[in-house]
Design a protein around this ligand. Structure first.
Ligand SMILES: Nc1ncnc2c1ncn2[C@@H]1O[C@H](COP(=O)(O)OP(=O)(O)O)[C@@H](O)[C@H]1O
Ligand SMILES: [Mg+2]
Length: 149
């Protein structure tokens, strides 16, 4: 019987959840966000955190991997995965979603469009959001982040 000891404190960098680019990633991210916020003592933020996190993950699926809304699973075995993380920043939960693409999120004027509302919703629901491009030696790509309120 192996001696399995649960880690109570994750080592630095170990809290990211690596996601495969399939539609189920959004549901997985939702569960993870609820779990983490509950562990942080902020289950009250689960609903809004899930809405925001799910939008960011869906954006990666749609705009980086090219999923259409009604599409089933595509096999992307040769494409890089992406990740989501949620951490406690001095009492404020921070959601980060990384993908390898350098294309950045841009709020769109959606008055006459059927899409383009996601980032407006994120902005309304969170304290602050943004993105940055890590250097290549830090993994490259981009991180879209939101601080919850
Ligand atoms: N992770 C991402 N990678 C690349 N482009 C993105 C990403 N997220 C958002 N975008 C860009 O920002 C635009 C606005 O996003 P959003 O407000 O969520 O609208 P929608 O997803 O409905 O197009 C998208 O149309 C896309 O061009
Ligand atoms: Mg969107």
């Amino acid at each position: 019987m192996p001696n399995v000891v649960a880690r109570e404190i994750a080592p630095p960098g170990a809290s990211k959840i690596i996601l495969s680019p399939i539609p189920q990633a959004a549901g997985f991210a939702r569960d993870m966000i609820k779990h983490r916020l509950t562990c942080m003592g902020r289950p009250d933020l689960a609903f809004v955190g899930q809405l925001i996190g799910c939008e960011l993950v869906t954006n990666v699926l749609r705009h980086v991997y090219g999923y259409k809304l009604d599409e089933g699973i595509k096999i992307f075995s040769n494409r890089p995965k992406f990740w989501i993380d949620i951490t406690n920043q001095d009492g404020i939960p921070l959601i980060e979603v990384w993908d390898w693409s350098l294309q950045t999120p841009q709020k769109r004027n959606y008055e006459l469009e059927e899409s383009g509302r996601g980032l407006h919703m994120v902005e309304d629901l969170c304290l602050k959001w943004g993105y940055w491009l890590p250097k290549l030696e830090m993994g490259g790509g981009k991180i879209v982040w939101t601080l919850l309120k």
